[in-house]
Design a protein around this ligand. Structure first.
Ligand SMILES: Nc1ncnc2c1ncn2[C@@H]1O[C@H](COP(=O)(O)OP(=O)(O)OP(=O)(O)O)[C@@H](O)[C@H]1O
Ligand SMILES: [Mg+2]
Length: 315
């Protein structure tokens, strides 16, 4: 965090629809001015990514733990923080299973930040790779929470463009929240967002064939969500190897679909396995909608033993 900031906090009556465990009823306070060290106390750095510094802080006014995200360079990350501020603070504010927005300020490189509620179990990626117990019941709930967040985001004609396990947060009740809206964009009437220049958006291993071509649809987020569900169902960092060493021309026709299929083990229940494969279809028209995914997850809840624990699939 930067050393010198002005202090101010305002309150606003607001009832976000986010998961109850993270939502205050009644008055919700927001940090809306340049921060000062006296208004928030730094607890520890959570992450220093290639673009931002993410710090866990105690907000003295409300005695809550909040997370402050700041850009680390003005060329790449300042526009992303601006974008995240606009998305979380306006278009997507209070949406279900969206990380709760607690304020922000956009000034200069050294004076811009976004504040969200602290989500106690951190990223889904770290949760899956750690040793915590995960049953099929909890896993299906996490999948459904992300589906619900995506349905909301897409209902606002927004594409997230970087759905991955590291951008999903897990709370102490194992409920999931979609985070990191730095790459999110509104799409046009045809349902597409085309990146300017030839910027391949998204993270290798999670990105769809069309995202690789710099075009993003709601269905492109569904593809990435398929890979996230594969990671949940196998408790493995599957995305890491999906795009490795394959020829760009051919990879979406054979190599990548084959790798996705190969990563599905016999321990993954059939309903979940076919849902993952449908989400990861090369043709975006063949991928399911959030409504279809909900129906499948509801069927899975009836047929799968929800108390069975998911153990990491051996490599
Ligand atoms: N509200 C929060 N509660 C708990 N942990 C958080 C929160 N926000 C972010 N984090 C942690 O910080 C990490 C990075 O946050 P985020 O994805 O927003 O940053 P980023 O710089 O945009 O990431 P990248 O560009 O690498 O995708 C998350 O993966 C998570 O581990
Ligand atoms: Mg991220």
């Amino acid at each position: 965090m930067q050393s010198s900031r002005d202090e101010q906090a305002t309150t606003e009556s607001n009832k976000p629809e986010t998961n109850k465990s993270l939502t205050s009823t009644g008055q919700v306070a927001y940090l809306t001015r340049p921060l000062h060290q006296e208004s928030v106390g730094e607890i520890r750095t959570l992450e220093r990514t290639s673009t931002s510094l993410v710090t866990l802080c105690l907000w003295h006014k409300t005695h809550e733990k909040v997370v402050v995200k700041e850009p680390i360079d003005k060329y790449r990350s300042l526009p992303a923080i601006r974008n995240e501020y606009a998305m979380l603070g306006t278009t997507l504010r209070g949406g279900p299973n969206i990380v709760p927005f607690r304020g922000g300020y956009i000034g200069t490189e050294y004076n811009s930040y976004v504040v969200t509620s602290f989500v106690a179990n951190g990223s889904l990626r770290d949760f899956l790779l750690g040793g915590s117990v995960l049953t099929w019941g909890a896993a299906i709930q996490i999948m459904d929470d992300v589906r619900n967040a995506l349905a909301f985001v897409h209902s606002k004609n927004v594409v997230h463009r970087d759905i991955k396990s590291a951008n999903i947060l897990i709370d102490s009740n194992l409920r999931a929240y979609l985070a990191d809206f730095g790459s999110a964009r509104g799409y046009n009437i045809s349902g597409a967002y085309r990146s300017p220049q030839d910027t391949k958006m998204g993270t290798p291993g999670y990105r769809s064939p069309e995202a690789f071509e710099s075009i993003h649809y709601a269905a492109s987020d569904i593809y990435s969500f398929g890979i996230v569900m594969l990671e949940i169902a196998s408790r493995r960092n599957v995305s890491k190897h999906i795009e490795d060493d394959v020829d760009a021309e051919e990879k979406w026709n054979e190599a990548i679909p084959n790798r996705v299929s190969a990563a599905i083990s016999a321990t993954i229940p059939k309903g979940i396995a076919s849902l993952i494969l449908n989400c990861c279809k090369t043709s975006r028209e063949q991928r399911p909608s959030e409504k279809d995914i909900l129906t499948t997850l509801e069927d899975c809840r009836k047929t799968i033993d929800l108390n069975v624990k998911i153990t990491p699939r051996p490599l």
